[in-house]
Design a protein around this ligand. Structure first.
Ligand SMILES: C[S@@+](CC[C@H](N)C(=O)[O-])C[C@H]1O[C@@H](n2cnc3c(N)ncnc32)[C@H](O)[C@@H]1O
Length: 282
């Protein structure tokens, strides 16, 4: 377990059964988030020869994409606290023969990076889980060259992300999900408040912050069946279903089918992900 300090509860969560799908089903997750990665890469604009740090890189899809762009003269370091995801990322990098990329199993908030060494800090949904985000971002800034660019993708509020909050609402009376984390707690929607994001980055010493609101169409499945099945595998509904009896699972599945059927179209179940594209400079 790489995080022993402040982020130990998150390390436990990201190494536990509720988040396993990030490693074992990364191809399905990547298919959903592919348009978000495209936007993030366009915002980050990595250039040949640059050094890039990818925070909470999971199974390494963004690391691979960044490594292609910086080329053999550049360098990409991904870091993640989830051992299984890191192992997947390392296998994929080896299989692709991308010697300019590596992925570390460590807590990004405390890992001793070489100071002043990266041109670009990137993350797709990997920076919302720090217990003390100002300290974590100040630590990350110390790994960047002066003036280095930052490009992050983070979710806006849960209410704007109906693909997940709507699914939870559809089954709330059946599963009584745990109360959402507080506004200063780590979690999926911890960067929802743009004022908080600016406060964190400014407090960590970053400048030129800008948050662009994007609503990105996300294909949740070929049909409602697939979208419902996935909601029961990963995310808030799946967490509430741990150890649930079969009749409850079937009742939840039926509700989710109704919910996602309303979004079925010729391209499958497509719903928007409401995100911020955050940029800044060290
Ligand atoms: C929502 S997932 C995103 C994974 C990947 N970036 C993607 O888009 O597929 C969040 C990731 O952040 C990682 N993470 C959470 N806290 C972290 C920390 N303190 N240091 C490094 N990684 C962390 C988790 O292990 C997880 O892989």
């Amino acid at each position: 377990m790489p995080a022993r300090g402040l982020n130990a509860p998150q390390a436990e969560f990201w190494n536990g059964p509720l988040t396993r799908a990030w490693a074992r089903q990364h191809d399905r997750i990547d298919a959903r988030f592919a348009p978000i990665l495209d936007l993030l890469l366009a915002r980050a604009a990595p250039r040949p020869g640059e050094s890039v740090l990818d925070i909470g890189c999971g199974s390494g899809t963004s690391v691979l994409a960044l490594a292609e762009r910086v080329g053999s003269g550049g360098r990409v370091v991904g870091i993640d606290i989830a051992a299984e995801s890191v192992a997947v990322a390392q296998r994929r990098i080896a299989a692709a023969g991308l010697r300019q990329a590596e992925v570390l199993l460590a807590d990004a908030a405390t890992h001793p990076f070489p100071p002043g060494s990266f041109d670009l800090l990137v993350s797709r949904f990997g920076v919302m889980f720090f217990e003390e985000p100002v300290a974590a971002f100040a630590h990350l800034r110390s790994a960047l060259k002066p003036g280095a660019r930052v490009a992050l993708a983070a979710f806006r509020a849960g209410a704007e992300n109906r693909w997940t909050s709507g699914a939870v609402a559809a089954v709330r009376d059946l599963i009584s999900p745990p109360p959402p984390p507080g506004p200063e707690d780590p979690g999926q929607f911890a960067f929802a408040d743009p004022a908080r994001v600016e406060r964190i980055l400014r407090g960590a010493g970053f400048a030129e912050m800008a948050l662009a609101s994007e609503d990105v169409p996300m294909r949740l499945g070929a049909d409602a069946e697939e979208a419902a099945g996935f909601a029961m595998t990963l995310g808030q509904v799946s967490r509430a279903l741990q150890d649930a009896p079969e009749d409850l699972r079937e009742a939840v599945r039926a509700r989710l089918l109704d919910f996602y059927r309303a979004a079925e179209g010729p391209d499958g179940v497509v719903m928007p992900a409401a995100i911020w594209l955050v940029s800044a400079r060290a």
